[in-house]
Design a protein around this ligand. Structure first.
Ligand code: SF4
Length: 503
């Protein structure tokens, strides 16, 4: 951002002159409320402690209640839409089969896309990992002498640490999605794949904007805040030399790609500057236009409970005098495709429905996962990027299966979470205390003799153990639970007494 613009935007009198947004609804004065809980603490390659960050989120009741309610509302709207479509389950089956078919023939479809896209005038690049992706994009930007790039929301660029990389290279990135822009200004990652700032109260946003663009810190009115951001960001968007988008669906047969947004921000990024770069994961391929409607019907209904996104834009080639580049990124996807149990995660269309329904996600916030992908989809994807760092994540689930039930492409999410737990155990990626406890429990539970012998001991321990042995800092189990009252007799004892036989 140029100094001139910074100076102009930080002048509070400028934002107080807003024309229609400020006047359109009654300004809401912010109250003194709890500060926004921050995400997981990251310590290099050490395992992320999701439960620690979740505890801090829960300790902020206003944020927790708002987050839970907002996401549950999305889940309910999704259900309503789903019930309005008789063939919903058929659509899910179809979507799953199309994805499975495409992934099984991915090399052919990728080549088909490259051939057809090139014929359309698109320059296609291949990136094996995040570093290569960033280098390719930087090279394109350097060739066009780009200092400012506008960009629509893309989880792939989060994976690649794109913003941080470009900041070091002196290229300014401006997010065009409002939620993503809020997160950028607050120096936070998106907390949700569809609604990146959903964990923030309006007063949090007012604080961020007051700090960064000079808006009134006491005015948390949504219209006012949106208008402030619009006025602050529009000049930056109009003066950018390049635009970047992702791509929700890549059509091999036509060599085209499709973006779905509600704000039209992908179109802004793609159409304002003459240079358009699209960074897309290789798993986004589908065969062609015949298959597209299946996903378009499912995506927005699953994500936000709306029949369709406001903008479903098809990109076919560069406009006259412009250039269009597509960077197809692997970054671990080929490896995942070879994982017998975990390849179905590649079917994901990033709708966020599994997050909206997950009781752990709703009550702990996406940033508590300390990874690019949060919630149920994150639990099954993140360990493929770094098993050690994300080894705790598959335990952040109740395994209730709700994520699997809502997934529009029928990914067996909860089964994969359970498989990850087995996988982690097999690879020794379990904390020592848990490992010791599970080993002891395994031995007791696998021996009827030991199991029966342990019951009186357990009952006695429940009755007589000193309080501090259960409720202490080391025993996380005891933090939010009351120990049950020990029964007078077990079912086994009752059965033997009343039926006279061994159970
Ligand atoms: S795993 Fe399924 S429900 Fe979750 S984001 Fe992906 S497509 Fe949506």
């Amino acid at each position: 951002m140029s100094d001139d613009l910074h100076g102009e935007l930080k002048d509070p009198s400028r934002t107080s002159q807003l024309t229609h947004g400020a006047a359109s609804s009654e300004p809401l004065k912010s109250r003194l409320i709890e500060p926004q809980p921050r995400g997981a603490k990251i310590h290099g390659n050490h395992p992320v402690d999701q439960s620690e960050a979740a505890n801090r989120f829960i300790a902020a009741p206003e944020h927790e209640a708002m987050h839970d309610a907002r996401l549950w509302d999305l889940r309910q709207k999704r259900d309503k839409e789903m019930h309005g479509i008789e063939e919903w389950e058929e659509l899910r089956d179809l979507a799953s089969q199309i994805k499975e078919h495409t992934l099984s023939n991915l090399d052919d479809y990728l080549e088909m896309f490259e051939k057809n896209a090139t014929a359309n005038g698109i320059k296609v690049h291949w990136a094996k990992d995040a570093a290569e992706h960033n280098a390719i994009v930087l090279d394109i930007l350097r060739k066009h002498d780009v200092q400012r790039l506008i960009k629509s929301k893309s989880m792939l660029t989060e994976e690649c640490g794109f913003r941080e990389f470009m900041a070091k290279e002196g290229v300014e990135i401006i997010e065009t999605d409002l939620g993503e822009r809020i997160q950028q200004l607050d120096d936070e990652a998106p907390s949700h794949v569809v609604v990146p700032a959903v964990h923030k109260l309006r007063t949090d946003v007012a604080g961020v904007f007051a700090r960064t663009i000079g808006s009134d810190p006491g005015n948390a009115d949504a219209h006012y805040l949106t208008e402030c951001q619009r006025e602050a960001t529009r000049p930056l968007i109009l003066s950018a030399q390049a635009g970047m988008t992702g791509g929700n669906f890549v059509l091999a047969e036509t060599g085209t790609f499709v973006t779905c947004t509600n704000e039209g921000n992908a179109d802004l990024s793609a159409n304002t500057p003459p240079l358009h770069i699209a960074s897309i994961g290789i798993e986004k391929l589908i065969p062609g236009l015949n298959e597209l409607p299946v996903f378009v019907r499912l995506l927005s209904r699953s994500a936000l409970g709306s029949p369709i996104t406001q903008y479903t834009s098809h990109f076919r080639g560069p406009r006259e005098g412009g250039e269009m580049h597509v960077v197809l990124v692997d970054n671990g996807r080929s490896e995942r495709l070879n994982m017998e149990k975990f390849w179905p995660g590649l079917k994901c269309i990033r709708c966020g429905a599994c997050m909206n329904t997950c009781p752990v996600f709703r009550r702990s916030g996406g940033l508590s996962y300390g990874a690019t992908y949060a919630g149920p989809i994150g639990l099954i994807i993140d360990p493929t990027y770094n098993l050690h760092k994300y080894r705790n994540l598959p335990y952040s689930s109740t395994l209730n299966g709700s994520c699997t039930n809502v997934c529009p492409v029928k990914i067996n999410i909860h089964e994969q979470i359970a498989d990850w737990r087995k996988n982690l155990a097999g690879q020794g990626e379990i904390p020592l205390v848990k490992k010791t406890m599970m080993k002891a429990a395994g031995e007791v539970l696998s021996s009827p003799h030991l199991y029966r012998a342990s019951l009186p001991l357990g009952r006695s321990a429940l009755r007589h153990l000193p309080h501090f042995m259960i409720y202490n800092k080391l025993n996380t189990w005891g933090r939010h639970r009351d120990v049950p009252e020990a029964p007078k007799q077990t079912f086994n004892e009752w059965y033997r007494k009343n039926r006279g036989k061994k159970a």
